[in-house]
Design a protein around this ligand. Structure first.
Ligand SMILES: Nc1ncnc2c1ncn2[C@@H]1O[C@H](COP(=O)(O)OP(=O)(O)O)[C@@H](O)[C@H]1O
Ligand SMILES: N[C@@H](CC(=O)OP(=O)(O)O)C(=O)O
Length: 420
């Protein structure tokens, strides 16, 4: 059996849904397919805006209506009005969403975030399930919150692998053996007491990998708007090249450094069970794409990765002592408590610097906690560039004209933070 994952871009309108149906019909067999789908288009961003407005007691009704219109306009193009079960389902979901938005309480921000933001995937999977059925495909809708079990680390639920695998193995092989195509949600999971969690933004690739792992799938395909895994994001860098095949190791590093085409957590479950991952274009499904798996280490074209909106923080010692392991341990402890992830770090005799994603709330807490012990300085609005498998020409071309604040080079990887 295999797993298909369709992201927001591949289900952004009615034509995109028709294309998904074409791919399902032509590249899979009923009884051997589980589909993971993300929220349509930019729905998750829209839900984040609605949630933060509702939480701040601001007017959000217009945004909610726009989101509802978007879903109903896609539905109206796909379904005739008299075939109304899908419309009822969408109405119910929006009524539920509205009710939850009206009952937010001031604390529990992250917990409530998950309950609200998860509606995107519930809506998208409802649309896709009904649409495939209308097209005479044997689709069944699966509530993945009953299968992907997580702890209650809101916004980044940690998967309970043993329990998740047990539940999936208990029910899904039988559902598939009855000839069904399972349609489920990406990005979301559930706790043992029935609360919804999310797995981290852009986490649907990871959801698909969880299902692939637990079902010991033969392969998994993520359908994207690009020709495969390229050596850079074509929206940012000109003249990209596609990797026809690439190892898990190389891919996991690219994802870690910020290649947003694959969620960084996706690779490990697949590599653990040696399940190949295909990145293919939903715009040109016949084309070869990229195969990620066990493969010989060839010399790869340099890969260019850009992380935007970075913050460079420097911790200086206040007396004339050096940065010690004791200091570092204090800093790391606070970073871990605040869930601040380090993208790059470097120390000198009297200071320690890190580059992280800019999050004003977390930064404020960090400074508040450590200001008595360290002199803290920071710069925001920075870019972090990484070149994997660099050569001197790629470094020269990329750094030209940039004001570099921090740089680092290992045998295979060159990184620098600079002003945007
Ligand atoms: N190395 C890369 N190769 C291909 N695409 C990349 C790469 N790095 C970033 N991207 C971007 O990833 C996008 C696809 O990922 P994403 O938007 O998350 O898809 P979806 O939300 O549909 O799953 C591409 O449109 C491209 O702009
Ligand atoms: N909808 C979620 C999860 C996701 O992975 O979406 P996509 O597959 O469109 O990147 C998000 O936008 O974060």
């Amino acid at each position: 059996m295999q797993i298909f994952k369709f992201g927001g871009a591949s289900v952004k309108d009615a034509a995109a849904f028709r294309n998904v149906r074409f791919i399902v019909q032509n590249y899979s067999v009923p009884g051997e397919l589980l589909i993971v789908v993300s929220a349509i288009g930019k729905t998750t961003n829209a839900l984040e805006t609605i949630f933060s407005k509702a939480h701040g007691n601001l007017i959000y009704e217009e945004d909610l209506l726009k989101l509802k219109d978007y879903h109903f306009s896609v539905a109206s193009e796909l379904f005739s009005q008299n075939e109304n079960r899908v419309f009822q389902h969408l109405e119910l979901l929006f009524a539920n969403l509205q009710e939850q938005l009206q009952n937010l309480v001031p604390d529990k921000f992250d917990q409530q975030y998950d309950q609200i933001i998860s509606f995107g995937e519930l809506l998208a999977s409802t649309l896709l399930h009904h649409y495939l059925k209308t097209e005479n495909l044997p689709a069944v809708w699966l509530d993945c919150r009953k299968y992907i079990q997580t702890d209650s680390t809101w916004r980044e639920g940690k998967v309970d692998w043993t329990w998740t695998e047990k539940l999936i193995q208990r029910d899904l092989p039988e559902m598939l053996s009855n000839g069904n195509i399972i349609v489920t949600q990406g990005f979301i999971g559930g706790t043992s007491n029935g609360q919804t969690t999310t797995l981290g933004r852009e986490g649907s690739d990871y959801s698909a990998a969880i299902f692939a792992y637990c079902l010991r799938a033969e392969k998994m395909t993520i359908w994207k708007d690009v020709a495969g895994l390229l050596n850079a994001d074509p929206k940012i860098f000109p003249n990209t090249v596609r990797y026809p095949q690439i190892s898990y190791q190389e891919t996991i590093e690219m994802a870690y450094y910020g290649a947003s085409v694959i969620h960084p957590k996706t690779i490990k479950p697949l590599a653990d069970r040696q399940i190949p991952l295909f990145v293919k274009s939903f715009l040109d499904p016949e084309s070869e794409g990229t195969r990620i798996g066990i493969c010989p280490h060839e010399k790869l074209a340099p890969a260019f990765i850009l992380k935007q909106n970075q913050c460079l923080i420097s911790f200086g010692v206040k007396d004339f002592s050096f940065i010690s392991e004791q200091n570092l341990s204090t800093i790391f402890h606070v970073l871990s408590e605040l869930r601040i992830k380090i993208n790059l770090m470097q120390n000198s005799a009297i200071s320690f610097s890190i580059c992280t994603d800019y999050d004003p709330t977390r930064l404020e807490k960090l400074i508040e906690t450590l200001r008595d012990q360290f002199q803290i300085q920071y710069n925001i609005s920075l870019q972090l560039f990484t070149i994997k498998n660099y050569d001197s020409e790629s470094i020269r071309n990329l750094t030209a004209g940039k004001e570099i604040l921090l740089e680092q080079r290992t045998r295979n990887t060159y990184q620098f933070a600079c002003r945007a």
